[in-house]
Design a binder for this molecule. Structure first.
Ligand code: DGT
Ligand code: CA
Ligand code: CA
Ligand code: ZN
Length: 571
């Protein structure tokens, strides 16, 4: 955890506990300060070294003292004392989404419980609904939050897993006994979260290969070690299963362990109808056990009368039928993506200059990039007003003058205000090449309000893209209430694209909604929402969502040239 998030977490907890104690004024001060520090782009230690903590808006003398204490000692006396005052269990309950400090306190006191396990039992026994102001619906929500909480403990974000997988594969492939290595399972299908990793290795010397696996540097604990099957835990409790198979059965094993389970079950049923048996060793004729195919996945699908199915599609969502009818889509490829359409520079809360963004984008093989900083109502993020936006435009013009074969396009991530109007004047938006419109507040509004708000934005003639359309944060925040079908319909009719935000915690839209959008005839766009240079590397995550959403080249705005893109809005 960075120093900033460590400090913010402590201030946040103090603020929450103060709410319980009905110390509203101090509580709000701490919560606000926590928020400010979360969105601070500078390292808080540097601010402290300059003696300027109390210059951060919302940070007064006493909060500044708390921050100093946390930075110096790693803890806060105020927090320790406050924690002492809480009955056991309250803090744990506050970990649940939708359970604030006050409700946590009430549940603990009125139901005499002291843990999430207790609460689950009480909810299942129908005791929560009997509390004043709770009811059946809240009880259900609590059970859902408990299940989300448990999930959160055991699943990992795809974005966090990618670099680990690269290291594992590099380590394994260095060994001369390793002929092939892949991570199968949900990782290969590029699900947004990953339960565990399923490493598959082809080798002629299983003992040596398995030994190399359990000796991997990041291994923390070896759970089992056999010559063909081993399991380890890495740091952070990530489980990795390894299976070693002979090279001639690699395709069959890869197919089997890639899953999904539902896809495989369906595939086996089809095999049975054709007189075959399918397992991790191969596809066999039922009558005499003769091997039909096992070396490559393609041969296996082929023998079953199907086209090859890309791993991202293997979720039993119609891909098997499509493969039999030779109607699978030709999925978009990363190499076809020409641009990143959502990037924050240091003009707002990003850390990179526009020139740095350009260099990075070139390095990633892109041919243009959209600079989309925040607009003015996001004060914490130093959002741009009309004046600064114009200045930024001049800088971009100057940069473009010097560039050859690469273009920076002028954009904004314009806030959609509570009434659905845009945060910047129409004439200011009209000067831009691309306008991403996003909602950043009012998540507690009802569905109709939020839907209408978004639809107003879609109907603004200057808007090209709706940014992170549902607002969800994976495992942390549910989508805001929204009639997405209606939004998709309006986006299609107005030629406005919906974003696939590639930020690992967002991936918003998700795979299923992206597919719905495409099927409704609306366009999608991919943006990393990068605030720092390495975050521009999230682009492949966005492409993975697109592929899981059955999208092809023509469905994604980023595959157009900059020139084509600028003509998108009016059909
Ligand atoms: P995860 O790890 O929860 O993110 O999801 P997966 O899909 O990686 O699931 P996992 O690790 O339990 O198993 C990996 C793959 O192995 C799974 O996608 C399909 C295959 N597999 C595992 N066990 C079975 C089974 O009992 N039957 C079938 N048909 N396939 C299985
Ligand atoms: Ca797995
Ligand atoms: Ca597994
Ligand atoms: Zn945003």
């Amino acid at each position: 955890m960075s120093a900033n998030s460590e400090v913010a977490a402590i201030l946040y907890e103090i603020g929450e506990i103060l709410t319980i104690k009905d110390d509203r004024f101090r509580s709000r001060a701490y919560l606000l300060a926590a928020q400010r520090i979360t969105s601070l782009t500078e390292d808080i230690k540097k601010v402290k070294d300059r003696g300027e903590l109390d210059k951060i808006p919302g940070v007064g003398k006493s909060i500044a003292a708390t921050i100093t204490e946390v930075l110096d000692t790693g803890e806060s006396k105020v927090l320790e004392e406050l924690r002492e005052l809480l009955p056991p269990g309250v803090r744990q309950l506050m970990e649940l989404e939708g359970v604030g400090p006050k409700n946590a306190m009430r549940l603990v006191e009125e139901l005499k419980l002291s843990s999430i396990d207790d609460l689950e039992k009480a909810a299942k026994d129908g005791k929560v609904r009997e509390l004043k102001g709770f009811g059946e619906k809240k009880e259900q929500n609590i059970l859902q939050s408990i299940s989300d909480y448990r999930n959160r403990q055991t699943r990992f974000l795809l974005g966090a897993i990618l670099p680990i997988v690269d290291d594992i594969l590099a380590w394994m492939r260095e060994s001369p006994t390793v002929l092939r290595a892949d991570v199968a399972g949900s990782y290969r299908r590029k699900r947004e979260t990953i339960g565990d990793l399923d490493l598959l290795v082809a080798s002629n010397d299983p003992d040596d290969t398995s030994k190399r696996f359990v000796e991997m540097p990041p291994v923390e604990r070896v759970v089992s070690h056999g010559s063909t099957k081993s399991t380890v835990f890495l740091k952070g409790h990530l489980q990795v299963d390894c299976r070693v198979v002979p090279p001639e059965a690699y395709g069959a094993a890869l197919q089997y362990f890639t899953g999904s389970k539902d896809h495989n079950v369906k595939l086996r049923t089809i095999g049975v109808k054709l007189g075959y048996k399918l397992n991790e060793y191969g596809l066999f004729r039922r009558e005499d056990d003769r091997l039909v195919a096992s070396e490559t996945e393609k041969e296996i699908y082929g023998a079953l009368g199907m086209d090859y199915v890309e791993p991202e599609l293997r979720e039993n969502r119609g891909e098997i039928e499509a493969a039999m009818e030779h109607k699978l889509p030709k999925l978009i490829e990363l190499s076809e993506v020409r641009s990143d359409l959502h990037c924050h520079s240091n003009w707002s809360e990003g850390t990179m200059t526009i020139k740095q963004i350009v260099e990075k984008a070139k390095g990633l093989g892109l041919s243009y990039v959209a600079i989309t900083d925040h607009s003015k109502s996001l004060g914490i993020a130093h959002g741009l007003d009309e004046e600064r936006l114009k200045e930024q435009g001049k800088e971009i013009d100057a940069i473009n003058d010097e560039l050859e074969g690469f273009t920076v396009i002028k954009g904004i991530e314009c806030d959609i205000k509570a009434d659905g109007s845009m945060d910047l004047t129409d004439s200011s938006l009209a000067d831009l090449d691309i306008v991403v419109a996003s909602i950043h507040s009012g998540f507690k509004n009802d569905e109709e309000t939020m839907t209408n708000r978004m639809i107003s934005a879609i109907h603004n003639e200057h808007v090209h893209i709706i940014g992170h359309p549902t607002g969800r944060i994976i495992q942390k925040r549910k989508p805001y209430p929204l009639n997405l079908d209606k939004v998709i319909e309006e986006a299609a009719s107005q030629h406005v694209a919906l974003e696939i935000n590639a930020y690992p915690e967002r991936l918003d839209l998700d795979d299923v909604s992206s597919r719905k959008t495409m099927e409704a005839g609306a366009l999608l766009s991919i943006g990393t929402d990068a605030h720092a240079l390495n975050q521009m590397e999230f682009l492949p995550l966005g492409v993975s969502v697109a592929r899981r959403g059955w999208l092809t080249t023509k469905d994604v705005a980023n595959t157009r040239t900059a020139k084509e893109l600028l003509r998108l809005r009016r059909g």
